[in-house]
Design a protein around this ligand. Structure first.
Ligand code: GLN
Length: 476
């Protein structure tokens, strides 16, 4: 299949130059040929073939088809799709099958997208390398010794090697943008609350946001237009009217004013090759007539601690529901009938969760415990407010903030697993947008000269200014 833009594919489908079944077959073959990358946990072949047939039939009969007819999409293993398996890449969900469909997935289906399968990720979306999946590592297709990033690693790899046209991921602290940076594609996290979280497995509810992996901005804009908007099942989703992002990005933005946070470039973890590529890009923007200003940012060192205190607190509460009774996995090793109930809870959770998830549940329980609550949780909430205010004030004066997506290109498997803090620090540039709820995108920027692995540049705009973000991303 030699299509680079979806409009052409969609048009050819409608004029019967190609069929949905042919398109689907192409992807199924590609998935088969790239099994070693471990991107997909399950292929939904039956429902995908059925949907493809239905669409082909509608076209033959001259009926209208949805705006996504011809688009084959993979979903991260955290989105519910009725009747299909869902594990959040964890053992604890056992052979759970969704009993309803996530709002965002339903909206894709309503527009005739084909959902081809579910994609591997870090367990409960906790991780930056995909090494925390209960179902094995996802390999970076550009060099299989390197991680694809995480937690939406499978979603990034699937789009990078063309196993589906686009994919869904979730971004709580960078899980879309960081793997997009490591795999050389576009990763877009919309504003918090733009897309309903209904049917998305919760990690940290005040941060979690669904978004997309695509090869161009047009697809990101189209998918956002379709998935966004109010939903009676999610009280936190915004009721603001949904813009037609596809139309919006047809207009080139006028002269822009960008802020660069000085501290992000002075960070000692930032690799020289990322820094110089970033600075060269900034110079190009200046030559194009845009204004760049370097501003103070006093909170860089507080981003990671604030993020990890708050998200682990929320995770400890969200993950309490996996108790061995209600979902999936239940331990068989219950030895004493007197304490059977308690043992069921303890053993199911001990055996069902992986190491990183347990670490976060314990950390989150600790920061919420009486006596420590104010010192950690309350303090982190206050820090979040300062960061939020900083961003709000910045966007009064500037159109966007520019910064690297990641301090380095992809690292090797095993390189950071022994030291969780060094793993957490790889999210230093991405958690900012989640703390503020801002939309953010990673677009490919350059390559590490010694490993040839890619990395991205990140753009952040004001909350609910997703349209400006997409415009900037498209034209710069
Ligand atoms: N890597 C970050 C973490 O481990 C972000 C995860 C995410 O965005 N889901 O928490």
């Amino acid at each position: 299949m030699n299509y680079t833009d979806f409009a052409t594919l969609h048009q050819d489908l409608k004029s019967q130059k190609i069929s949905c079944q042919e398109i689907l077959r192409y992807y199924l073959n590609k998935i088969e040929a790239n099994k070693h990358l471990n991107a997909f946990l399950e292929i939904f072949e039956q429902s995908a073939v059925q949907k493809a047939r239905e669409i082909d039939e509608k076209i033959k009969q001259g009926k209208e088809v949805g705006r996504l007819a011809g688009m084959v999409i993979g979903i991260k293993d955290v989105f519910a799709y009725k009747g299909h398996g869902l594990n959040a890449s964890s053992k604890i969900l056992g052979n759970f099958k969704s009993i309803y469909t996530a709002t965002c997935v339903q909206r894709l289906l309503n527009e005739d997208a084909i959902i081809i399968g579910r994609l591997n990720c870090d367990e409960f979306a906790m991780g930056s390398s995909n090494e925390n999946s209960a179902f094995g590592n996802v390999l970076n297709p550009l060099n299989t010794e390197y991680v694809p990033g995480g937690s939406s690693g499978g979603s990034a790899v699937a789009v990078a090697v063309d196993l589906c046209w686009a994919s869904l991921g979730t971004d709580t602290g960078g899980s879309i943008r960081q793997p997009a940076s490591f795999c050389g594609i576009i990763g877009f996290k919309p504003s918090y609350g733009r897309i309903s979280r209904y049917g998305m497995v919760a990690y940290a509810s005040s941060f979690d946001q669904a978004g997309t992996f695509t090869k161009n901005i047009e697809d990101a804009a189209l998918l956002l237009s379709i998935m966004s908007g109010s939903d009676e099942y999610d009280a936190t989703v915004s009721e603001r009217p949904v813009e037609n992002y596809t139309e919006v990005i047809k207009t080139k933005p006028e002269k822009l004013k960008f802020a660069v946070l000085k501290a992000t470039l002075e960070n000692e973890g930032l690799a020289d090759y990322v820094k110089s590529a970033f600075e060269n890009k900034i110079k190009e923007f200046e030559k194009q007539g845009h204004t760049i200003e370097y501003i103070d940012f006093p909170y860089l060192d507080y981003l990671i601690p604030t993020y990890y205190v708050l998200t682990t607190a929320e995770a400890s509460s969200n993950l309490a529901r996996y108790d061995g009774i209600r979902y999936g996995y239940r331990s068989e090793n219950i030895t004493d009938s007197e304490t059977a109930l308690e043992q069921t809870y303890i053993k199911s959770r001990s055996e069902g969760f992986g190491k990183e998830v347990k670490r976060r549940i314990m950390l989150g329980t600790f920061v919420l415990s009486a006596g420590y609550y104010d010192a950690y949780y309350t303090k982190a909430q206050k820090a979040r407010r300062l960061i939020y205010d900083f961003l709000k004030n910045t966007f009064v004066q500037y159109d966007a903030i520019l910064l690297p997506t990641t301090p380095t290109s992809a690292f090797k498997f095993g390189e950071k697993t022994k030291d969780p803090v060094s793993m957490y620090l790889s999210d230093i540039y991405t958690v900012l947008a989640n703390l503020g709820g801002n939309p953010a995108i990673s677009v490919p920027l350059g390559k590490n000269p010694s490993t040839e692995m890619p990395f991205g540049i990140q753009i952040i705009t004001d909350t609910f200014n997703d349209s400006k973000l997409l415009q900037i991303a498209k034209y710069l």
